[in-house]
Structure formats: structure tokens, C-alpha cells
Design a binder for this molecule. Structure first.
Ligand code: NDP
Length: 311
């Protein structure tokens, strides 16, 4: 990475949004620099099979899809750099970014740093991600046809995922309290669904079975009685929220109370020449294809802005 040159565009994040922005920006001859981030490849890199990305009738492996996007962007001149942005100075242009010790300057910025799924943090859960443990029902539900599925959480995401997953199998919804953050309508829908069993005041102590390299069950503990039990399941869906990766931009661009970027229309943020793409702004759709679409929009806005400025 040549730190001396002033960049036309830096893209923060290398998931679907960042890579698609990179393809468009590179084809517009803007030689984008993509800062890959610590979860390089984004959410797709922890997904197994992607069956709903148009153009792949047989489905495609998540990491392969995102790697192909990267290669496509590199073919047109995009440059990728490992690491995270640790400091961002967006008060004036050119913007200045510190990428783990190296400063770069850029005329425009696309923030495509995504949102990370919040996990329980159990070692067994982490080892089985992509092997039965998932954070995305839309992505992975299909693999559990006729199977037993466990969903964790008590918010709208958990309700939505639990309901959705009953299209495929029977669902056990495990929540650590007996009260819910979920909206009444979503909760009522779950309560009325005969394919969902609720287990309340309960936490997961361990996901089984790391030895076998696949999910076979979960060890549960009722936090009121202390009683433990083993729930045999094939799929383990964690739906306890997402954390947008915007910490480094806090105080510089408008974020909502949960840290998501507030869109000012199209791909615009509250700062002129800083654009958003993907899950870092979108808490609703969160799909590979919508993130890619957003990446395209952001790159086109960059292209138009730079052209209007005569660069
Ligand atoms: P929320 O923050 O609303 O809920 C998270 C849930 O996960 C809570 O029940 C919380 O429990 C639980 N939880 C958090 N950490 C842990 C943990 N370590 N162990 C066990 N349980 C845990 O997140 P959501 O993703 O559900 O929703 C985020 C936002 O998106 C909300 O505003 C929601 O309304 C919205 N949304 C709307 C949808 C719709 O309208 N269709 C669909 C999905 C989301 P506790 O209550 O005990 O803290």
C-alpha cells in the first residue's frame, strides 16, 4: 500500500457491500483501496452454503462467493489491505484514516464495515459456527428440513427466525427471561405457532458436540431452579442481536442509538463524501444481495461526486 498517494476512494469492509463497491469503483478507474477488516469477507465468510444469491442455481459456498467478488474487483485494479481502520478523521477533506499504524488520505469514503452477529460466546458455539450453529435463519434454515432446531433470544429477531424456521422443522425457542423485548404481535405469532416450544428462564451452557464436529444438542440450565437438561437438536440459531461496526466513526457521522449509520438518502451519510453500504446501515434486510446492491449504489455516488468535482 502506497501511503503517499491521495486516494479517490477508500472502502472500509470486504463483505458483499465492500467488494461490490470495489468492483464498480475499480471499473470506473478509481483504483479503490479496500480495508479488509478483522472479519475479512464479512458475514458470508462464516456461512456455509448460499442458495439465494441469484446466478448460482446449484448454490455456492459463502467464502467462495466473497472470494470471487474480491478477485473480480482486483482484476480491475482494486487494492486490498489487511487490518482495521483504528482512527478516522472525517472533519475535513481529504479524509484521513489510520489503518493499524499507516495513514492514508482519501477524497471519498465508503463505509461497508457491516454488523457482526452477537454470539453467546461459548467455546463450543464458536467451534460449531457453520457446522450447525448459525446466526441467519434466512441463509441456513433450508438445511434443517424435518429437523429439530433451537433458537436463542427474546427479541423480534428471535421471534421472526423461530417462526420462519417452522417452515422447515420443529423449533425450541430458548430465552433467558420470562419477559420479552419482542413486540407483542411477533410474540403472539410465536405463541400461536404449534411447531414452537418455548423454554424460558433458561440459558445454554454448552452446544454439543464439538468432538463430532456437528450440532447434536444443547445443554440447558434453568436459572430459577438450577435444573439442567439436554435438548437434542440439529440446528442452533443464535438471534440475540447484531453489533454494527461503527465504533471508529462514533461522534463523526450520525449514528442511531444502536450504532447503525443513519442514511441521508441513497448511500449518503451525514458527512458529505462519506457513503454507507450494507449491514452497517441496514438492520432490516441484511442479505448478501441487498448488501451488494448497496455497494453498487455507494460506488456510483462516489463516481458522480468525483466527476462533478472534476477529479
Ligand atoms: P434485541 O436487542 O431486541 O433483542 C436481543 C434479545 O437477545 C433479547 O431478548 C436479549 O435478552 C437476548 N440476549 C442478548 N444477549 C444475550 C445473551 N448473551 N444470552 C442470551 N440472550 C441474550 O435484538 P433483535 O436482533 O431481536 O432486534 C434488534 C432490533 O431490530 C429491534 O429494534 C427489533 O425490533 C428490530 N427487528 C425488527 C423486526 C421486524 O419488525 N420484523 C425483525 C427483527 C428485528 P434480554 O431481553 O434478557 O436482554
Amino acid at each position: 500500500m502506497d501511503t503517499a498517494i491521495l486516494r479517490d476512494v477508500v472502502i472500509v469492509g470486504s463483505g458483499c457491500a465492500g467488494n461490490t463497491a470495489a468492483i464498480y469503483a475499480a471499473r470506473a478507474n478509481l483504483k479503490p483501496l479496500v480495508v479488509m477488516g478483522h472479519e475479512a469477507g464479512g458475514q458470508l465468510s462464516i456461512t456455509s452454503e448460499v442458495e439465494n444469491f441469484p446466478g448460482f442455481p446449484e448454490g455456492i459456498n459463502g467464502p467462495d462467493l466473497v472470494e470471487s467478488m474480491k478477485k473480480q474487483a482486483q482484476r480491475f485494479g482494486a487494492e486490498y489491505v489487511h487490518g482495521n481502520v483504528v482512527t478516522a478523521e472525517l472533519q475535513r477533506r481529504p479524509f484521513r484514516l489510520n489503518i493499524e499504524g499507516q495513514w492514508v488520505e482519501t477524497r471519498t469514503l465508503i463505509i461497508a464495515s457491516g454488523a457482526s452477529a452477537r454470539w453467546l460466546g461459548l467455546p463450543s458455539e464458536q467451534k460449531l459456527i457453520g457446522k450447525g450453529v448459525s446466526s441467519c435463519a434466512t441463509c441456513d434454515g433450508f438445511f434443517y428440513r424435518g429437523k429439530k432446531i433451537l433458537v436463542i433470544g427474546g427479541g423480534d429477531s428471535a421471534m421472526e427466525e423461530a417462526n420462519f424456521l417452522t417452515r422447515f422443522g420443529s423449533v425450541t425457542l430458548v430465552h433467558r427471561k420470562d419477559s420479552f423485548r419482542a413486540s407483542k404481535i411477533m410474540l403472539d405469532r410465536v405463541r400461536a405457532n404449534p411447531k414452537i416450544k418455548m423454554v424460558l428462564n433458561t440459558v445454554v451452557d454448552e452446544v454439543l458436540d464439538v468432538e463430532q464436529g456437528m450440532v447434536t444438542g444443547a445443554r440447558l440450565r434453568n436459572i430459577v431452579t438450577g435444573e439442567t437438561s439436554l435438548e437434542p437438536v440439529d440446528g442452533f440459531f443464535v438471534a440475540i442481536g447484531h453489533i454494527p461496526n461503527t465504533k471508529v466513526f462514533r461522534g463523526q457521522i450520525d449514528l442511531d442509538e444502536d450504532g447503525y449509520i443513519i442514511s441521508k438518502g441513497g448511500a449518503r451519510t451525514s458527512v458529505h463524501a462519506v457513503f454507507h453500504a450494507g449491514d452497517v446501515q441496514d438492520r432490516v434486510y441484511r442479505q448478501a444481495i441487498t448488501a451488494s446492491g448497496a455497494g453498487c449504489m455507494a460506488a456510483m455516488e462516489v463516481e458522480r461526486l468525483l466527476e462533478a468535482e472534476g477529479h
